[in-house]
Design a protein around this ligand. Sequence first.
Ligand code: PEP
Ligand code: MN
Length: 348
Amino acid sequence: MVIVMAPGATQADIDSVVDTVRSAGGEAFVSRGVSRTIVGLVGDVDRFSALNLRSRSGVSDVVRISVPYKLVSREHHRERSQVLVGGVPVGGSAVTLIAGPCSVETPEQTLAAARMARAAGASILRGGAFKPRTSPYAFQGLGEAGLKILADVRQEVGLPVVTEVVDPASVDLVASYADMLQVGTRNMQNFALLQAVGSAGKPVLLKRGMNATIQEWLMAAEYIAQRGNLDIVLCERGIRTFETATRNTLDISAVPVVQRLSHLPVIIDPSHSGGHRDLVLPLTRAALAVGADGVIVDVHPDPASALCDGDQALAGRDIADLADVMTTMPAMLGRTLAPAPEQAAAGV
Ligand code: PEP
Ligand code: MN
């Protein structure tokens, strides 16, 4: 059962609901989103029904949810959610381009990639400082030094930053630099990490596990929501199939399926799914056409020298082509490209 609080509900209203549920032997988890707070109840549903919580001050609705992912489900929240990342919208009528290097390598490389991202129409910068690599001998990322580079580049270029966090112990550190925390495919079911990012007070980009069903993915999102954070963006980044011609198989149907099941925004990663730069623009067009709320794209000033995933990084002429897609396609679909923060402030 989920209690949807009214937009004007006070902290005292919320506390009163939580206290009532607890005194009835239940547990209540408060989750805050951009526009509303919801309280998920765990325990005896019939007993909760008898509490007549709907009549409480500040309560907008009380909903019984039939699916196991309650807080992120669309059953209790028909409208699709919008998440703000450093003021940049993801979801709603916006289509958001997130772009940047796979890994932060040097200040110069990161700054150049961020300028490419902006030129392509991006309003959020991506870049990994902690890299979850399949091989222990591969470049593992610069760690905190990489976070500092991202913070400097944010200052210079004006784009909020999303970067990956790979273990619960470094969540506070990463959250102190980043505007959004990324949980990667290999960590989608790292439940301690999901709980930690749920408590970190920053929006979360949750990538789909490469072997995960959509239900498992939504349950992972529920772990984050249950810890109080509804500012979650889902990212389809390709799944493992028998096909070897692409790095992963982009499950394009995941977008409308997730949008039917959940109110959370969903974006696509055409770089990590296709695994090759030639596929990034076609998959981006497919992502926008199917209704994705955005794309996250790897770019690099010199892909041949990239320490990670150079084959899939856009460069040179590709940036103008991506900009062309991002300026023309959203309008055809009745949507608008999310502007970068200063442009938004200037009303451009
Ligand atoms: C990434 O975005 O840098 C990344 C490692 O992605 P994924 O977790 O989807 O492989
Ligand atoms: Mn990568």
